[in-house]
Ligand binder design. Sequence first.
Ligand code: AGP
Length: 612
Amino acid sequence: MCGIVGYLGHRSASSILLDCLKRLEYRGYDSAGMGLHVEGGIEVLRGAGRLTGLEAKLSSLNGHAAKAQVGIGHTRWATHGKPTEENAHPHVSPDGKIVVVHNGIFENFLELRAELSYAGIVPQSQTDTECFPLMMHLMMRQGIGFEDAFSLTVDRMRGKYALACMHADHPGKILLARSGPTLVVGLGNGEHFVASDVAPLLPHTRTVTFLEDGDIAELTARGLRVLDRTMQHSVRRPSQRIDWDDDAAELDGHPHYMRKETFEQPRALERTIEAYLQAGQVDLGLPALEEAWTQIDRVSILACGTSWHAGLVGKFLIEQLARVSVEVDYASEYRYRAPLATDKTLAIAITQSGETADTIAALSEAKSLGARTLAICNAVGSQVTRIAEGTLITRAGPEIGVASTKAFTTQLAVLTLLGLRLGRARGTLNEAEAAAVGSALAALPGQLQRVLELAPQIEQIAHEFYASHDALYIARGPLYPIALEGALKLKEISYIHAEGYPAGELKHGPIALIDRDMPIIALMPNDAHRERTLSNLQEAAAREGAIIALVAEGDRALDGIASAVIELPDVHPAVAPILYSVPLQLLAYYIAILRGCDVDRPRNLAKSVTVE
Ligand code: AGP
């Protein structure tokens, strides 16, 4: 969703901002804009659609804009008003001097518009954001200075926001405010950067400072000064180093980010597992929560979409390894169902972005009810990490493709490690069982590498099924959520209608859909459920369903029954959900490519869903 960038230094702001905006494209957007400090004022460029439009506008300025060394930029995902040029950011005061970009929603914008209209100030757009520069303009017209007008206007706003603001008469300054969405400042050598997440900053600097909720800050050539709401006192915000690879957010020779990120999974898992498992011992590094492992009597997992599927796998793992009851909620539903939570509940938010509004609201609700709180997240410094008592960071690195791949499998690895830690702490898992799961995790990256070598076979299967209109994904036990996830991947990027079901549910309804035009993707590892899944597949085959089966190496039971069989390494049941996810990602990817879809930026979807 919306993304903010800013630059202040000695190089061409327009090209740096454009590059930073490109690195935020993955969040999803439908218009973009930029404000640049140029000789005599601020040049504002905006356009509906992709960044190429903005790029064309920049080049038509004949080098005039290239001289600017300070500027702010924005990608907008429309909420209030259509994705038009008028509604694109930056929004500007009537005298053209105040320029603002915003991520979030001002909930009281109608009330503010009425107030502005009473003062004779008429908005030019349908957005909530425009109230901000107009309100500042009203204040400055009354003689209030730039900084004070900014902080007083921030005080007037209700809702969640990250803001960057410039004034034509203050060319060396960008003002910032945060209440909700992440705003991170990159501190370089004589130049400074602002962005909605760290990905755009990586080519320029690794030293970053995250603003906290309620902060107002001033970025100048001297660096970052964070102030309290009165703008009178400085507040200390530590800087930290980000250790992601230089090329982590680059395509690196792959045609799409989704393909690159799918193939990065062995390394991403290795990094994640190594971070928490050493010499066979799990160390989560969460001293604040250590006593909770034995005190809790319930785990409540809160998440959306793919992360919710990870939560469902987590339920199987944690209940089995730690013998504690786990419920998994859609975060968007949790707050609205009078949830039960106490100080004996461990609420776990799973979110790759750490910015999902529903998940953050659900975790806050659980916390207000007294629950202990933990986040599983891929984004250091994101909102969720500020709410939870402890965070387990997945070491997937930046995930640019909207369809989650490596972020998902690293979430599963972390949930397995959490299950191990809980099981050992609660005495429900003996040393030998824990060691078996630990070894299975350690062996996983190598086995996944072998799974990735099956890509040509999976591409071939995609050729046979890409014209289908529907698909069914089925599995049992902890593989059932992977069937749901496989169906979601296919839906998201190929727009084929797909559903996931527990294999045992087929005969209670969905079997009515089966005919020769309905591909059935079945996950049948060599586990306790294998024989029952096999019976369900015989029933499907009897109705001429075309079966694509994922089985353990050497399993011949579906020869002659399935249209295609993909053989995967025979692994410990605790890690099978991770291993079986990867062929489904590849299948969705190849089908989407054959259908001509934009796999990295599927229609209507955003990577960070920051609105409810
Ligand atoms: C994943 O492929 C999806 N794009 C989507 O379901 C996503 O998992 C969901 O929006 C939750 O995102 P989060 O993990 O960042 O909270």
